[in-house]
Design a protein around this ligand. Structure first.
Ligand code: HEC
Length: 288
């Protein structure tokens, strides 16, 4: 109580005044983004950007890609085998190389159309991540949160939105363990997650690049369960092309880390892998 009364004193005359716990009035958390008149900075006077604009959080620059999350070139013809696709991905994740034209956080070059779905199904065959126990666990968690409510815990299309109070949900979710989907390439699933389809919404903003692929691994494991096949970190007897068990991934070729040495001015600096595996030259704004 006494502190409350005598804690703060107005500045005036000879006194500089004092302030109790100033960070309660001038929040540290907000000051990072807020241009207050409280402080003495003057740069806004010379700036062409309004104070209001300066004080608002910014979106990342268009085309920003998180380090290590460059688009993966799971594109038809680039890799000879599923194992190659996995190794290449692992190498890229390590060096943070940029492999695609930057058109979004995780570039995806196929348009949101039936034509795009068909192309993606034809061309994106491999899951760029190996089947791991950890990945399947993550995929299961995410699937049950985001997909199972409609597609069912077993993937058979009987989620509780459809099952309980039958008929409330206007469309029948796909039966993902049907042979149609067992023998559909991974691109069909990836495309479906990125854009959705008819009554199903898009999940690109809910699932990160890697999470989408782990969900797809988990759907494959549901398909395997339904057909008494194996799909785990040791074996894949479902469709071998669509998932490489961790145990079968050959050791990636070690890539030297980018040299921290200043260059001698003769050779241009090399910054990771900038090879352009452009996905067929589609230019879309579908950067999710
Ligand atoms: C709100 C209900 C709902 C949720 C949640 C949902 N889906 Fe769907 N999904 C549907 C419906 C309905 C269809 C059938 C769309 C059609 O064919 O018209 C469908 C179709 C699909 C298809 C088939 C697309 C094709 O190529 O024919 C895939 C794959 C799929 N969903 C995956 C997923 C995944 C993965 C998730 C979770 C990230 C998910 N769905 C979440 C309702 C849902």
């Amino acid at each position: 109580m006494l502190f409350g009364i005598f804690g703060c004193q107005q500045a005036g005359g000879e006194s500089t005044g004092s302030e109790m716990i100033p960070d309660m009035a001038h929040s540290v958390a907000y000051e990072a983004n807020v241009l207050t008149n409280y402080s003495f900075h003057s740069f806004d006077e010379h700036s062409v950007v309004s104070r209001r604009e300066l004080s608002q959080p910014r979106l990342p620059v268009n085309g920003t890609i998180p380090r290590g999350y460059a688009g993966m070139a799971n594109y038809n013809g680039v890799y000879g085998s599923a194992e190659d696709a996995v190794i290449s991905t692992m190498n890229r994740m390590k060096t943070g190389g940029i492999a695609y034209t930057a058109n979004g956080h995780v570039p995806y070059a196929y348009p949101d159309s039936e034509e795009g779905r068909t192309l993606a199904t034809q061309q994106i065959r491999y899951n760029p991540f190996p089947i791991t126990e950890g990945g399947l666990a993550k995929g299961k968690e995410l699937y049950n949160i985001y997909c199972g409510i409609c597609h069912g815990e077993k993937g058979d299309g009987g989620g509780y939105l459809v099952r309980d109070n039958g008929g409330k949900y206007p469309a029948q979710p796909a039966n993902l363990v049907d042979s149609l989907f067992v023998f559909s390439s991974n691109g069909r699933f990836y495309h479906g997650i990125v854009y959705g389809k008819n009554a199903m919404g898009a999940y690109a903003d809910k699932l990160s690049f890697e999470e989408r692929w782990q969900v797809i691994h988990y759907i494959r494991s549901l398909q395997a369960t339904a057909r008494k096949a194996k799909y785990d970190s040791k074996a894949n007897t479902l469709v071998s092309e669509y998932g490489v068990p961790e145990a079968l991934v050959p050791k990636p070729t070690p890539t030297p880390p980018p040299s921290p040495m200043p260059n001698d001015g003769k050779t241009p600096p090399t910054g990771g892998d900038h090879s352009h595996d452009d996905a067929g030259g589609h230019s879309t704004s579908g950067g999710h």
